[in-house]
Design a binder for this molecule. Structure first.
Ligand SMILES: NC(=O)C1=CN([C@@H]2O[C@H](COP(=O)(O)OP(=O)(O)OC[C@H]3O[C@@H](n4cnc5c(N)ncnc54)[C@H](O)[C@@H]3O)[C@@H](O)[C@H]2O)C=CC1
Ligand SMILES: CCCCC/C=C\C=C\C(=O)C/C=C\C/C=C\CCCC(=O)O
Length: 256
């Protein structure tokens, strides 16, 4: 899939992995709409991006993925400005075991909200042009991060939702591919101040630190390379890609 002229929407685009995905898609010719709640970080990034890629290749819209109304308005604005949506990266996520309902609302419900609302514009059976949706899960979507049970649950949910949507989209002729990335530890803000984020499980931080030392860490650009692969490789549908510091591997799930 050639990305020139393609319209991509990235959630949680102002920082970390979302920022790296945005830059990767721009480098490869796409136009990118950045959605985020952090207006300060987004505005600084936008100044940079418009200098590098031109004002007409990017648009920032303040959008909280907890709000159906805000996502709907952001997609509507995207379609009015650029004519459609070809690519959606549901990437926004947090780690907060104390406010675990917010973690579910952003990490899992945000992906579901984003997907259903984007399909209204992308689904070929309702006048859309088809395309691809790539969701950001985590290695914690495949195995337990013991200090973060709710984060783990949301990421398992994202993996399951993506795979089921891939099957549904194929069966119903939506023309939309669905893939999911499962990165290991990535050097971003999400890893900062773990004690405060793990709530009642903060005494397990040492165990996670040992895991991190053993497994190593990725940088966000390495993760974005994998997103690009899943966007452009049209043979990938329903794929889950594990990304770790020593390489990457597509997951084989038991057949049902
Ligand atoms: N950093 C890591 O070790 C790993 C992160 N991930 C996942 O990658 C995704 C991105 O995380 P990072 O870049 O690491 O974190 P980050 O904290 O650096 O960036 C997250 C971005 O999402 C935005 N955001 C947060 N809540 C939002 C909301 N309600 N609506 C819209 N935007 C919102 C933030 O403002 C920020 O720009 C998350 O889904 C995370 O779970 C997955 C595996 C490992
Ligand atoms: C210094 C403490 C770091 C705190 C960790 C914070 C965030 C982690 C975010 C992730 O998405 C974690 C990524 C990878 C590890 C997850 C699970 C590993 C389980 C895999 C297994 O062994 O089965």
């Amino acid at each position: 899939m050639d990305l020139s002229g393609k319209i991509a929407v990235v959630t949680g685009a102002a920082m970390g992995i979302g920022k790296a995905i945005t830059e990767k898609l721009l480098q490869n010719g796409a136009t990118v709409v950045l959605l985020d709640v952090n207006e300060t970080a987004a505005k600084t990034l936008m100044e940079d991006l418009s200098k590098q890629y031109g004002q007409d290749r990017t648009l920032f819209l303040s959008c909280n993925v907890e709000s159906e109304e805000q996502i709907k308005a952001a997609f509507q604005k995207t379609v009015e400005t650029f004519g459609g949506i070809n690519i959606l990266c549901n990437n926004a996520g947090i780690l907060n075991e104390s406010d675990w309902e917010k973690t579910v609302s952003i990490n899992l419900l945000g992906v579901i909200r984003g997907t259903y609302l984007a399909l209204k514009h992308m689904n070929k059976t309702s006048g859309g042009r088809g395309g691809v949706i790539v969701n950001t899960a985590s290695m914690a979507g495949l195995g337990p991060l013991i200090s973060c049970p709710v984060y783990t649950a949301t990421k398992h949910g994202v993996v399951g939702f993506t795979r089921a949507m891939s099957g549904a989209s194929t069966a119903l002729g939506y023309g939309v591919r669905f893939n999911v990335i499962c990165p290991g530890f990535v050097q971003t803000e999400l890893l900062s101040d773990p004690n405060s984020k793990m709530g009642q499980f903060s005494h397990l931080v040492d165990v996670i630190e040992q895991m991190m030392i053993k497994d190593g860490t990725l940088n966000a650009t390495e993760v974005a390379d994998s997103v690009l692969e899943m966007v452009t490789d049209e043979t990938k549908n329903g794929a889950a890609l594990m990304i770790f510091s020593k390489g990457k591997q597509y997951i084989t799930f038991p057949s049902m």
